[in-house]
Design a protein around this ligand. Structure first.
Ligand code: CU
Length: 332
């Protein structure tokens, strides 16, 4: 039903923007880039380079069973159970882009992750767990599918996730941490996406449909769930350098296939392959700033805040609360 709504919205957007706006689509305006949390949203002209850094901080708080809030203590079913109550995931994301031709832009991204989880145990005991390190390396090619004279364009992303992130993160007692605390998927993943962009004099719109398709299983004989994601955004150019955006994002990820035999799912939902993946719709507000002149010409700064408007988890999991993304980009 949500997918149907997303498709309807996207097609309405495509047809409504068919009214003539002369000239080609251009990146040379603040909303020439999507809200900062959207990846692979734009291409470059032949020979152009870009480097970027994003800081993303995700907060999870409280427990959900399906779409209902439940108390953590209700899940303390045995003497050795541990139930998560809170988690923060901080990501430092380093990216680079280079256009080898006007048809192909290549990109690579590497993340450094810092996870922290709070758990409660019977007898009012609690425990803090952490993991940090390099995540998976993502490489992609963006291919220009079409450009129209009415400020619209469309491109395809063919991405590959390389399993450079650890799936062997352990706590202070040498027990393997849950699936959500691991730094990588452990598998090679195919990450395709299609992006549509449109502009008018003062507004811009975009839509992206993408997915993560896992290939095979990892060294611990499990596979994280495949993911589908639909993103829709609109932005208003406020000045030649500043734009404000609103975004809706729907994603659906299935549970883990197989299991890591080092984990005992009876001990915690964090260790349960069936308590992974969720359906979530978020709403985001953002600002993009584009330095057009002077010594900082070509630099961009952006910020975005997102919060869920609807979510349903598989099994029992922490509730996604909010995410902040701050970013810097420089193209030359
Ligand atoms: Cu770029």
């Amino acid at each position: 039903m949500k997918l149907f709504t997303a498709i309807t919205l996207i097609s309405t957007l495509i047809f409504s923007s068919l009214s003539a706006h002369e000239g080609p689509w251009t990146a040379a305006r603040p909303d020439g880039h999507a809200p900062i949390s959207v990846m692979g949203d734009h291409m470059h002209e032949m020979g152009e380079w870009m480097v970027s850094y994003r800081y993303m901080s995700m907060n999870m708080d409280g427990l959900l069973k399906g779409s209902n809030s439940i108390t953590a203590s209700s899940q303390l079913t045995g003497m050795s159970t541990m139930v998560p109550t809170k988690m923060t995931m901080d990501m430092h994301m380093f990216g680079t882009m280079y256009a080898i031709s006007d048809k192909w832009t290549l990109m690579a991204m590497l993340n450094y992750l810092d996870n922290d989880m709070e758990m409660i145990m019977p007898m009012n005991m609690s425990m803090d767990m952490g993991s940090s390190g390099i995540g998976d390396l993502k490489i992609a090619g963006l291919y220009d599918l079409a450009q129209w004279d009415s400020r619209r364009r469309m491109h395809l992303k063919l991405g590959l996730n390389l399993p450079t992130g650890s799936i062997d993160e352990k706590d202070s007692m040498s027990r393997v941490l849950g699936y959500g605390m691991q730094l990588g998927s452990g598998t090679y993943d195919f990450e395709p996406a299609i992006t549509y962009l449109a502009q008018t004099e003062n507004y811009s719109y975009g839509a992206q449909l993408g997915g993560i398709l896992r290939i095979g299983e990892n060294d611990q004989d499990y596979t994280l769930g495949n993911k589908f994601e639909a993103t829709l955004w609109g932005a208003r150019k406020i000045t030649e350098s500043l734009s404000a955006s609103a975004k809706f994002d729907y994603s659906s990820q299935s549970e883990v296939d197989g299991k890591d035999t080092r984990m005992n799912e009876a001990m915690s939902p964090a260790l349960d392959p069936k308590s992974q993946g969720r359906d979530i719709t978020t709403f985001g507000l953002g600002l993009n700033y584009y330095f057009q002149n002077g010594g900082l010409s070509g630099h961009r700064l952006a910020a975005e805040w997102e919060t869920p408007i609807d979510q349903k988890v598989n099994g029992v999991q922490l509730e996604f609360d909010s995410v902040w993304t701050l970013g810097w980009q420089y193209a030359w």
